[in-house]
Design a protein around this ligand. Sequence first.
Ligand SMILES: Cc1cc2nc3c(=O)[nH]c(=O)nc-3n(C[C@H](O)[C@H](O)[C@H](O)COP(=O)(O)OP(=O)(O)OC[C@H]3O[C@@H](n4cnc5c(N)ncnc54)[C@H](O)[C@@H]3O)c2cc1C
Length: 435
Amino acid sequence: MTNKKYDAIIIGAGIIGNCISYELSQKGYKCLSVDKLGGSGFGSTSGSCAIIRFHYSTREGITLSREGYHYWLNWPRYLKTIDPTGMACYKNTGDLVLKTEINKGLKSVMPIFEELGISYLDLDNEGMRPYMPNSNFKSYFPQKDLDDPDFGKPTQGEINGGVFFTETGYVSDPKLSTHNVEVAARAFGADFMFNTEVTEVLQENGRTAGIKLAGGDIINAPIVINVSGPHSYLINQMAGVEDKMNIKTKALRVEVAHVPSPEGVDYENFGVMISDGNTGIYSRPEVGNHWLIGSEEPECDTLEYVDPDNYELNLTDQAKKQAMRLGMRFSDIPIPSRLKGIVDLYDVSDDWYPIYDKSDLPGFYMAIGTSGNQYKNAPVVGAFMSELIDYCEKGNDHDKKPLQYQMPYIKKSFDIGFFSRNRIINKDSSFSVVG
Ligand SMILES: Cc1cc2nc3c(=O)[nH]c(=O)nc-3n(C[C@H](O)[C@H](O)[C@H](O)COP(=O)(O)OP(=O)(O)OC[C@H]3O[C@@H](n4cnc5c(N)ncnc54)[C@H](O)[C@@H]3O)c2cc1C
């Protein structure tokens, strides 16, 4: 048990929680991160595909990811320290986004890419050929479920080109990147407690007073931040703030399939990431010359919302379906009968955009609802959440006069009120992992 005094307790030592700890510590707040698992990034961050890309459906989504990109390029200097266990590394692959009915050919967002200096090639099917050799460009839309007799059969016509982004890629080891941030936060005085479960959020005189742990110990602090990933709604319930929020969060079970590259193809080093909304999947190169295949939640697939402490940990037909959808496009992909992959949880909000906000309980903050697409933004979120907390603790009312955050890399001002817990549902969202 600790006798130390803390200014802020962060519930959750995932990539976002740790970035908040790192930034708040640099502002002089004495921080304690508490996580029920055994180390940093052991929660949903460990299952992340850690893709760094820009194609969101809204100006805000694109802007945030553009700012975040620069942190990954500048990783060791951002952290100001070297983790002796190794440093995570951003690998640039490029990203081909197929034009679909769902993203409306990216027409409405292309001017935003240009405004933000995001370079891209607008390609027809022939132009896409070098990025997708040995593939077909048939349309499979609308997508079908595995038990549909028409699953895997092309429908009508072809896809109509795509957009290739050069400056996109992925981080090789999301868990290690989170440990990197822990080491950096510790260098600024932050503490971490693992294998420690929070069971209550304490209140005194109308504001947050600290936390109670399983086992009964109490740690006091005037600020508590909920960064508990797929458990976020449970922590909000403990603080008694959930029913006062317009946007809610819940845990979604997802599967990611890993398949080997076809014989003789060095996909790990030369492959590009592909967002194929026509078949309903995204893919990227994976260490070991594999393809990693996630879902873009096509309408025909049932979304599986679960109890984050009690869900199926083994792969099901969902992963097989995703691999087969890749196989529709690339017929030479070998799909093993015993598929490998991962099962993990997204913390999904009602409109698939995160909640980065204060709450109705003074001193209680949240960075939640990351909806399978916020790993890339974690360093920016750490930076503006620390400003938001400082702003509110100095007496400002973020609900009435939202923090305007100045993005240091892209020199834009960002209205953090966009991520309010009390916003109306953002209808421009894709309502999928694309955001
Ligand atoms: C399969 C998958 C693929 C993804 N792919 C991408 C991608 O390609 N690109 C991208 O940008 N994003 C992606 N994401 C999303 C991204 O990984 C998450 O948004 C991000 O990792 C969330 O980090 P976090 O710190 O908020 O949460 P987490 O990493 O989930 O951390 C929350 C922590 O809180 C702890 N906790 C919970 N309850 C308690 C309690 N009561 N007491 C103590 N501790 C508690 C947990 O143990 C956990 O460690 C993906 C996510 C998944 C699951």
